[in-house]
Write a protein that binds this ligand. Structure first.
Ligand SMILES: Nc1ncnc2c1ncn2[C@@H]1O[C@H](COP(=O)(O)OP(=O)(O)OP(=O)(O)O)[C@@H](O)[C@H]1O
Ligand SMILES: [Mg+2]
Length: 334
């Protein structure tokens, strides 16, 4: 279709559910360039995983088309699977094999030679800090350790395109940081294209070159985090006054929201906004006793787009999911 790593047009998935139809994904168009890192954000049930499962050929679309790593998802699903890595949202549960053996089996499955598999497995065990547990059965590991095994399994064949569905959910801050170091290194060394979902807005903000926001099955925003924040939110400036009359006068003057002694205003202009207000209010004889200035976040963006906050979603998503589709799907279907 194009020379993009991922191109989708009109990708749609409906599920029959209790006599009605759930439109999980509604006509999604997307283009991901070679080497790009794109983060998919959205509340629970937005359709992120369903989109990933269609792009990775685990789920047939109801309608629409997509080309992934040069292969059509309908006509050449095996080609797609050979070229991609996929780490699903669930954690690998019941593997009775040891971590190292599991990695070796995955390498063999992808057609890596014995020696190459061993070297690669050792590399991943090292970089994802799995050395302590490499000889233990996967099923005996903690949730965060299993998650790191999932990620190692998805990376064993050095895929040119990697799909990660909530890779860092359930990891402690140290493991999250390690995982990101590994992903950043992987991109630097191999130019790997990465398409991931996350509920951690700070991750998307800091690491992704582009953020796509999904809600109710549709993509509602698609740009750099910087551009999204710049265009939709504006900085939050909070000013505190010594008396309610000063606060009310200031709110009227600058068009802010009044709450007792505090006036809050959303202002464009970044670092220049706060001094501008202080000067203007000072000229009017209104004394500001305290002032704060906060950059907009991706949550402000989502709030502006939908009237809802993603923060609560992030909290509820912190519990690890119960099911697994990471590894068996690869093995059975490729
Ligand atoms: N197999 C299925 N059968 C019926 N409905 C499904 C199925 N899979 C997903 N859905 C529904 O499709 C919608 C989108 O689900 P999806 O898992 O893609 O959301 P998500 O954005 O990944 O959410 P989360 O952040 O919770 O992982 C939800 O309403 C979900 O209940
Ligand atoms: Mg999901």
């Amino acid at each position: 279709m194009t020379n993009h790593m991922i191109t989708a047009r009109g990708l749609t998935k409906s599920f029959p559910a209790k006599g009605r139809t759930v439109e999980a994904v509604r006509s999604v168009d997307l283009d991901v360039a070679h080497g790009e890192l794109v983060a998919f954000l959205g509340p629970n049930g937005a359709g992120k995983s369903t989109t990933l499962r269609m792009l990775t050929t685990l789920l047939p679309p109801t309608s629409g088309e997509a080309t992934v790593a040069g292969c059509d998802i309908r006509r050449d699903p095996a080609g797609v699977r050979r070229r991609i890595g996929y780490v699903g949202q669930g954690t690998s549960g019941g593997h009775t094999q040891r971590v190292r053996d599991e990695l070796h089996a995955q390498g063999a499955f992808y057609g890596l030679g014995r020696r190459e598999t061993r070297v690669r497995a050792a590399e991943l065990i090292d970089s994802l800090e799995l050395g302590q547990v490499a000889d233990r059965q996967v099923q005996s590991l903690s949730g965060g350790q299993k998650r790191r095994v999932d990620i190692a399994l998805g990376l064993i064949h050095r895929p040119e395109l990697l799909f990660l569905d909530e890779p860092s959910t359930g990891l402690d801050p140290h493991s999250r940081a390690n995982l990101w170091d590994h992903i950043v290194d992987l991109r630097r060394a191999n130019g790997t294209t990465i398409f991931l979902t996350t509920h951690y807005l700070d991750e998307a903000d800091q690491l992704a070159e582009r953020v796509m926001v999904m809600d109710h099955g549709a993509v509602i925003a698609d740009d750099t985090a910087w551009a999204l924040k710049e265009s939709l939110a504006g900085d939050r400036v909070t000013l505190t006054f010594g008396s309610p009359t000063d606060a009310a006068a200031a709110a009227a003057r600058i068009g802010g929201e009044l709450d007792g002694l505090v006036v809050t205003v959303t202002a464009p202009g970044g670092d220049h906004a706060l001094p501008r207000y202080l000067r203007d209010l000072g000229d009017a004889g209104l004394v500001v006793e305290a002032a704060t200035h906060r950059r907009p976040t991706l949550d402000d963006v989502f709030l502006a787009l939908t009237g809802r906050s993603l923060r609560e979603e992030a909290a509820s998503a912190a519990a690890p999911a119960a099911t697994s589709d990471t590894d068996p799907a690869h093995r059975v279907a490729a």
